[in-house]
Design a protein around this ligand. Structure first.
Ligand code: PMP
Length: 285
């Protein structure tokens, strides 16, 4: 964890960084967050993350804590003070501090905190193959909002960890995969079509990496359909992978203890991984 945290207008040593016990983020999970990759000292896909933060805030009717322009400056200063070159920056906005009562307070000011974490993105870019389990999706009806209310995600992620897996693919009541607990889910179907669930309908988080993969896949003329897929389709899939800001394109070679395809990262997964790594380098060039 970075040494310096940003807390409501101040840069403080991480160990001393604290918010009030009546912060509505703490009381009600009344807040949103973003995680951006920092690579070679630069923020990756900043416009997409800021646009999504704005959407999350608007959906929950939380005001911006500072203007977007000021936030851009504060993020860079947090990175600078921590001498971060490769890793992530976490930012969280809550509705603020108010005496505990469910409706929105009249006078609370939104609270902003930021922390950074060093992480070697180079090793992750390589696309280390991974395993997933499937679990029932127990989340609320608005997973499209990047809310800090992540209890179902934590429970599912713990289950994945106990099964020796990296991720849990959540499955809706109709048997369709929604997404992971911290990543979006993709397959290359038995027919060879690249598939991921559409972000229309508010059933998944519209991942920034998801959008990037859609872009590079379209440019590379990969056959693509945005529609939900079942666990049975995953079992018959040729390839599977997951995407997120910190995982990029991560091959999934086993689902619920069964090999996907021949149990190796597939050609489309590897192609998309390479294109995303190139896109990342282009952003910092
Ligand atoms: N779905 C969920 C539930 C997530 O938490 C994340 C990570 N923020 C993603 C998808 C991937 O989004 P992104 O590519 O923007 O990191």
């Amino acid at each position: 964890m970075g040494r310096i945290a940003y807390v409501n207008g101040r840069y403080v040593p991480h160990a001393e960084a604290a918010v009030h016990i009546e912060d509505r983020g703490y009381q009600f999970a009344d807040g949103v967050y973003e995680v951006l990759a920092v690579y070679k000292g630069k923020l990756i896909d900043e416009p997409g993350h800021i646009e999504r933060l704005d959407r999350s805030l608007r959906e929950l009717r939380i005001d911006w804590p500072v203007t977007p322009r000021v936030l851009a400056v504060l993020m860079r200063e947090t990175i600078r003070r921590n001498r971060l070159t490769d890793g992530t920056i976490y930012l969280q906005v809550t509705r603020g501090v108010a005496s505990r009562s469910h409706p929105f307070p009249d006078d609370a000011a939104p609270a902003l905190v930021m922390t950074v974490k060093a992480k070697d993105l180079n090793t992750l870019k390589g696309g280390i193959p991974t395993k997933v389990i499937t679990v029932p999706d127990q989340r609320w009806a608005r997973p499209d909002i990047k809310s800090v209310a992540l209890l179902p995600n934590c429970l599912a992620q713990q289950q994945a960890k106990e099964a020796g897996c990296y991720e849990a693919w959540q499955v809706d009541r109709d048997g369709y995969v929604t997404e992971g607990t911290m990543s979006n889910a993709w397959i290359v179907s038995a027919k060879g079509e690249l598939m991921t669930r559409s972000a229309d309908g508010n059933t998944i988080l519209n991942g920034i990496t998801r959008l990037a993969v859609l872009d590079v896949a379209k440019a590379a003329k990969v056959k693509l359909v945005q529609r939900p897929f079942t666990v049975a389709e995953v079992k018959k899939a040729r390839e599977a992978f997951l995407t997120s800001t910190t995982s990029f394109v991560k091959p999934v070679v086993e689902v619920d203890g069964r090999k996907v395809g021949n149990g190796e990262p597939g050609p489309i997964t590897r192609q998309l991984g390479k294109l995303i790594a190139e896109r990342l380098e282009a952003q910092v060039a």
